[in-house]
Design a protein around this ligand. Structure first.
Ligand code: XMP
Length: 512
């Protein structure tokens, strides 16, 4: 299912996934590949155009990431972005050096050649997003400067060979006309067609799954989260009862979550789900443990053990399905750049190695928003598809200190009230993530004529799209008052509630 598409060669910029997402949003399939894959492999994709991404290194470093000139001799249009521009300048014998002045953030960009197809439709002056030290200070012979900033030549073109370069990042929202520049490149210069639609994807994926599985059996670990659920429903659509799902109720889930998962996927979609109530097992394994990393390790180990115990009971299984999505894939292949190290991998679980199963990962080409669209097109209820992320180790990372059944009950009730009120006030869908944290701190309060000594809880709500950075949400005071009054009145065990106003960084979203 390789549409003629745009290939992005990845030099490690943290924005590289954004380039692919923006282009896909325009209806054109875009894929990221490590910059150093062989030319034959690039050509095997028959790309309509190639984008060279940004990257953290300097072209003048000893081990800089370099491309051979051959790539530029294939008649395929190329657009270099940031490091990609410096690389083009270097390959074509221009000169790149440390600039007089670094440019970070928003900068004025002046168009010098409004006739260039890359800059068509741009005003003479607009805002672009910069992030560079080095700059092209000697433009190679066959290139013209088609735009500049006060500091550097910011856009180059070799119209004859269709090689273009920009020093700024058209993929980030702060570049006002970034979308136009990418559109100009993919449609006017590369002549791509709009043929990337999630509906077509699901038809093709279903056929591929059927062919691959034949009459064998598939096992999948269902967590109730978006990725594993969409993968499950898609595979179920393809092979019906040959799919068995294993759902481990760790007891660390949201209130009533296990029932919701069984109702949605078991009753409504008629999937074969083996639910294991392992709450007691997790609780006893976690008894007395306060250290967050130890909690995570224990949970991961128990989870894999339980999954394996259950999976071997299902006879004739040859495939293991997983809801791996494109950002997971990119993170595991990304080159030297910082993008691979900013976000660490969190997921609980692991392959049942002894079973030597073949993998099926039907979502591995999709971004999260595409997975959500696919989920909706498969008829999964909106509240399951558009739910906030929930960490694999569940409420264990939201109960600080030792985990007990009492604390779990308290947190589940408080969290349910917060989420219910967010939905009732139509705030939930505007937020990146919202939840309650229970602290291992008790303080004095008063209720009626009596003194209380009870836990402190924290409301956490953040606005974010990438979860790498986040801002605390400006929730209305009246709303906070309502939630506070409900939690403090209805949840026995909490007598003090606070609202976390820390951005990430320096804080993280979860408390651990
Ligand atoms: P932090 O706390 O690092 O979290 O700012 C970033 C995002 O990752 C989620 N998270 C997890 N997701 N398994 C997951 O699937 C995990 O172990 C895990 N830990 C954190 C967190 O909820 C937030 O969305």
């Amino acid at each position: 299912m390789k549409h003629k598409s745009i290939l992005i060669l990845d030099f490690g910029s943290q924005y590289n996934q954004l380039i692919a997402r923006r282009i896909r949003e325009m209806g054109v399939y875009a894929e990221l590949l490590p910059y150093d894959i062989p030319l034959e492999e690039i050509l095997a994709h028959s790309p309509r155009g190639i984008i060279l991404s940004g990257g953290p290194s300097s072209i003048n470093e000893e081990n800089a990431c370099i491309l051979s000139q051959n790539l530029f001799k294939q008649g395929i249009p190329v657009l270099g972005i940031c490091y990609g521009m410096q690389l083009i300048a270097h390959v074509f014998k221009g000169e790149v050096s440390r600039g007089r002045q670094a440019e970070y953030g928003p900068v004025d960009f002046i168009v010098d050649d409004p006739q260039s197809p890359l800059l068509k439709g741009l005003p003479e002056k607009s805002n672009v997003w910069m992030s560079h030290f080095d700059e092209v200070n000697h433009v190679p012979g066959n290139f013209n400067v088609i735009g500049h900033t006060a500091v550097c030549s910011a856009a180059l073109a070799n119209e004859h060979d269709k090689i273009y370069a920009v020093q700024f990042h058209p993929e980030v929202a702060h570049t006002t006309y970034g979308g136009e520049i990418l559109q100009n490149f993919i449609f006017a210069i590369c002549h791509c067609e709009k043929n990337w639609k999630i509906g077509d994807f699901s038809q093709t994926a279903i056929e591929q799954i059927r062919t691959k599985v034949g009459n064998k059996k598939v096992v999948l670990g269902l967590s109730g989260g978006v990725d594993s659920s969409v993968a499950a429903v898609l595979i179920h659509r393809a092979i019906g009862e040959k799919l068995s799902c294993i759902f481990v109720d760790t007891g660390l889930l949201r209130k009533d979550e296990a029932q919701k998962v069984m109702d949605t996927y078991g009753k409504h979609f008629h999937m074969d789900i083996h639910m294991i109530d392992a709450s007691k097992r997790f609780l006893s394994a976690l008894a007395g443990i306060s250290d967050p990393e130890t909690k995570r390790k224990i949970i991961g180990k128990e989870f894999v053990e339980i999954f394996n115990e259950e999976a071997v009971k299902i006879k004739g299984v040859e495939f293991l399905a997983q809801g791996t999505i494109y950002p997971d894939v990119i993170e595991s292949i990304s080159v030297k750049g910082p993008s691979s190290t900013i976000k660490s991998h969190h997921n609980v679980g692991g392959l049942p190695e002894k079973m030597s199963l073949q993998l099926i990962e039907p979502l591995r080409d999709l971004f999260k928003d595409e997975v959500r669209k696919l989920g909706m097109s498969l008829g999964i209820p909106k509240e399951m598809v558009y739910r906030h992320p929930f960490p694999g180790p569940g409420l264990a990372v939201r109960i600080l200190g030792e985990i007990t059944q009492e604390k779990l009950n308290i947190l589940q009730q408080a969290d349910q009230i917060f989420i219910y009120e967010l939905q009732a006030h139509e705030l939930y869908d505007q937020l990146g993530q919202a939840f309650v944290v229970l602290l291992p701190v008790k303080s004095v309060g008063v209720m009626g004529d009596e003194r209380t000594y009870a836990y402190t809880a924290v409301l956490r709500s953040v606005d974010t799209s990438d979860f790498m950075t986040a801002r605390w949400s400006y929730l209305p005071y009246e709303f906070l008052e309502k939630v506070s009054s409900r939690i403090l009145n209805e949840v026995e065990g909490i007598n003090r509630l606070t609202y976390d106003i820390s951005p990430k960084p320096p804080a993280t979203i979860e408390w651990e």
